[in-house]
Design a protein around this ligand. Structure first.
Ligand SMILES: [Zn+2]
Ligand SMILES: [Zn+2]
Length: 426
């Protein structure tokens, strides 16, 4: 998702600029913000579809020469209202031009997921209605179609956020909500709800920029606070800090806090969790920090029982606030290490230790199903990007998408709180 989203936004922006288009939106797995994306599906309305298609199948490289991957390299099919192309970035993209009065129904239809739509159509049939990509029909009469929310309403449901459309209980929850029952759809966290970055690195360890540069960038993201969490402990390859350097960094953060207004820089670290579950930095130094993240960076192949013990012991340390990238997986590169989730959720809840949703695009850890379980278990979560440079900070969006797919609400995500409330949460 992280690698495709900028290209999708660029295509949409380029199509929106055409005088012949009015609405342009992504559908498909991109709109559902799935972890991994197959093809890009784009829908548009236009008074002159032929002109839009002519532009789309010949979409050139950007005039300024920037390589955004949206240049068309191959045309699979070109029709009056639908075309398919291969983009330079390596993905296929379909564009459909839709009649205005059907746009909402088409958006619903092409957003999927397939399983979600099968159930939705079945519900429509039960009500004596027909639902397809052109609208909701009673007999031959279209009763909804232009507006997606009204499509859901026409079949008796509240609007369901795209990230939830996986047929994993969201339709049942929507039905309960329509019946006025309390256990309806979750009010999932919004993309604007995050008030602070909880995990970033600087040039004190393996990050690329200074504390001040990262703070300025976090401020530009609109945050009220940020946690500096450089590696601390034995991770030599990442230039991990020892106790002495960590204490020095705290003094530096005080100085930067005086220079930079409008954002509170919190002192933290990402301390290595040793094989036995103890932390690689002494407690009396950890006690001086605002926020302590702990992470497993070694011995990933431990058996499940030992890994569970290791994590549980770390969580029980009163100085540890957040377990960073809790399962250690790297998408397509490294499997998650194994531990007993229910045991760890229970221990985390008892110790008021949060689990991180690491938003870095290679990690996205916890994943959506784990988040949903954690939320059900009453475990608190934070979303952090693990930024090693300021250009990683916008990955927050991927973490929020992950949280939304995991049914997390604002109250589940601690860094949706103000800095005071955030610090009181641990
Ligand atoms: Zn880490
Ligand atoms: Zn990190």
């Amino acid at each position: 998702l992280g690698s495709i989203l900028p290209a999708v936004r660029q295509i949409i922006a380029r199509l929106e600029k055409l005088p012949e288009t009015s609405r342009v939106e992504a559908a498909g797995s991109v709109r559902r913000m799935k972890e991994t994306i197959g093809d890009i599906d784009i829908l548009a309305t236009s008074s002159k579809p032929a002109k839009v298609m002519d532009f789309f199948v010949r979409m050139p490289a950007l005039p300024d020469g920037s390589q955004d991957g949206t240049e068309v390299v191959k045309v699979w099919a070109k029709g009056p209202t639908k075309s398919s192309v291969r983009l330079k970035g390596g993905f296929d993209c379909d564009l459909r031009v839709i009649q205005r009065e059907s746009f909402g129904a088409a958006l619903q239809y092409f957003t999927g997921s397939k399983d979600h739509n099968i159930l939705i159509r079945r519900l429509a049939i039960k009500k004596g209605l027909k639902l397809n990509e052109y609208g909701v029909f009673r007999g031959k009469k279209q009763i909804a179609g232009r507006n997606e929310k009204k499509v859901y309403r026409a079949i008796g449901l509240p609007y369901i956020e795209p990230e939830l459309r996986t047929n994993s209980g969201e339709i049942e929850a929507a039905i309960r909500q329509a019946q006025g029952r309390p256990d309806g759809l979750p009010r999932i966290i919004g993309y604007q709800d995050i008030k602070g970055e909880t995990h970033c690195h600087t040039d004190w360890s393996d990050g690329a920029e200074t504390i001040e540069q990262m703070a300025q960038a976090a401020k530009r993201m609109g945050y009220q606070y940020m946690v500096i969490a450089d590696h601390a402990g034995f991770l030599k390859i990442a230039h991990g800090l020892d106790e002495k350097r960590l204490l020095k960094q705290m003094i530096e953060i005080d100085k930067v806090n005086q220079r930079v207004s409008g954002i509170k820089i919190l002192k933290g670290c990402e301390v290595d969790i040793k094989d036995d579950g103890s932390l690689a930095i002494k407690d009396e130094v950890l006690a001086k920090l605002d926020i302590v993240l702990g992470a497993v960076h070694s011995s990933f192949k431990m058996n499940q029982a030992d890994m569970t013990k290791r994590l549980a012991r770390a969580i029980a340390n009163p100085h540890l606030d957040i377990i960073a990238h809790p399962t250690g997986r790297l998408i397509r590169k490294r499997e998650a290490y194994r531990f007993d989730f229910s045991k760890i959720f229970k221990t985390a809840k008892e110790n008021r230790t949060a689990l991180e949703i690491n938003a870095y695009s290679d990690r996205l850890d916890l994943k959506d199903a784990d988040i949903r379980q954690a939320v059900q278990a009453g475990v608190k979560l934070t979303i952090g990007t693990d930024a090693h440079s300021s250009r990683h900070l916008p990955m927050m969006e991927l973490g929020i998408a992950q949280a939304r797919r995991g049914w997390a609400t604002k109250k589940d995500i601690l860094n949706s709180k103000s800095v005071r409330e955030f610090l009181k949460s641990f």
